[in-house]
Design a protein around this ligand. Structure first.
Ligand SMILES: O=C(O)C(=O)C[C@]1(C(=O)O)C=C[C@@H](O)C=C1
Length: 255
């Protein structure tokens, strides 16, 4: 884990602390994206805005950014997963010594296609206003921050699954051997924690997203991102996708 440096403290508690910290990043990223209108030309399949590149402008920007970040070693970090993994250049820099706590099978899990689809088609329309201000470069940069923050959080399920397995191998081994995904899903689910997570992210959207003025009057009716959308994001997508990563990881854990 890069989180916490050496990774010497690898416990369910430390992993959950990281998930809590990542909530802050996600809420702030969404608030940044909400500054721009939808700018749908950025996502249009048939508008070839870049000479020599066929596809939406957002694909071009994300692919090119990921290529630079790959050369700088971003994807050597087991926490990071690219959205366009095909033909990524190798890292050109000396490797940072990330602690290797995951089972090697975890490296093949990448559900970014589902995250991309959820973010662009379902989430964005819920929290950005309609319209086009033409500032596609800033909008795409902000989309990429959101996508990377969501991807990191969701793929953190690999670390959660590893620690859950290490804490109770005798519970997990039989359903893993039986490839029983439903039983694994039941074992790893903690409804009390999920409820807390959803409440907390809604509260963070309220606290971080209110307009703060110099006077004592805070405008509590206007938030930068609707807190109920943040709660829904976690309820419908972030937690279920994290659990999907956990199950996929566990299924491979004894290979
Ligand atoms: O904290 C855990 O135990 C997790 O597995 C993470 C998480 C989540 O995505 O927030 C997912 C499944 C559990 O039911 C509770 C929470």
């Amino acid at each position: 884990m890069a989180e916490g440096g050496s990774g010497s403290e690898f416990t369910l508690d430390s992993i959950r602390k990281s998930l809590i910290r990542q909530e802050d990043t996600i809420v702030f990223c969404l608030m940044e994206r909400a500054r721009f209108p939808m700018n749908s030309a950025l996502y249009n399949q048939s508008l070839d805005l870049v000479p020599g590149f066929s596809g939406p402008l957002v694909d071009f920007i994300v692919q090119e950014t990921e290529a630079v970040q790959a050369k700088a070693g971003r994807y050597v970090n087991p926490e990071e997963n690219p959205f366009f993994p095909d033909n990524l250049p190798p890292s050109l820099v000396p490797n940072y010594n990330y602690s290797q706590v995951l089972h090697p099978g975890g490296a093949s899990i990448n559900i970014n296609k589902a995250i991309w689809d959820m973010y662009l088609n379902q989430l964005l329309p819920l929290f950005v206003v309609a319209g086009d201000d033409g500032d596609y470069a800033s909008t795409a940069a902000s989309d990429l921050s959101c996508l990377q923050a969501l991807s990191r959080r969701i793929h953190y399920g690999k670390f959660v699954a590893e620690i859950k397995f290490r804490d109770a191998p005798h519970d997990y081994e039989p359903p893993i051997r039986a490839k029983d995904a439903d039983e694994l899903m039941k074992l790893l689910t903690d409804e009390r924690v999920e409820k807390m997570v959803k409440k907390r992210v809604e509260k963070k959207a309220i606290v971080f997203g209110q307009d703060v003025s110099g006077s004592n009057n805070t405008d509590n009716k206007h938030y930068k991102v609707d807190p109920s959308v943040v709660a829904r994001l976690y309820d419908e997508w972030v937690i279920p996708l994290t659990k999907r990563v956990e199950v996929e990881y566990l299924i491979r854990r004894l290979n």
